[in-house]
Write a protein that binds this ligand. Sequence first.
Ligand code: GDP
Length: 206
Amino acid sequence: MNYNTHNSDCRMSNVKFVRGVVGDDSILEEDKPNIVVAGRSNAGKSSVINRLLGGQFAHTSSTPGKTQEINFFSIDDNAYLVDLPGYGYAKLSAARAEKLRKQMIWYLARSGAPIKLLILVLDVRRGSKGLDRDLLDIAAGEGISVVIVANKIDKCNQKERVAALRSLAEDVTSHPETVKQVLPFSAAKGTGRDELCKIIKSIYAN
Ligand code: GDP
């Protein structure tokens, strides 16, 4: 995919991969806001991150289940965009899936990282299920705001789009305080990219 953002009116500057962590790390103690991106494998999490950052930063899922690291990207010298490992690979063993789940819960609820926003990437045609819903519950419990990125909207015609967004909105009514927005998105076309960029910047802009 071409992630060029020349025509965008919201830019992220100085985007740098810092490191991947698997447990305790000094980066978690820094007071830069952590903006976290999570999603089921194949929902398009990596494509959303790359579209947002304007380059090939996150690895798209050619090797499902391989990465268990929590990847930190520095953005605008002011914040970290945090890429959680994708979950829900059919081929992952139960033991590894459980390890992954525990790692995400640890980071979100116990690591002490200053998490300001959880961006949950969903395939708009598939809605939320399983761990997607667990993450919403955890965010609600921790007082973390959530933006749902309803990705692959380009795959829907107008009628499907209305139906899919309606059913997604119903999916998330259990957490009205937590879910701030359901954002129609296409990593392929760039739809919703600037709005997501602005939401993120509003967190650390003075
Ligand atoms: P991840 O496993 O969640 O990181 O998903 P990837 O970013 O690797 O994307 C999975 C597949 O969906 C790839 O073939 C992408 O090209 C495709 N994809 C991702 N986002 C979109 C989108 O917005 N529209 C379309 N049509 N395809 C997408």
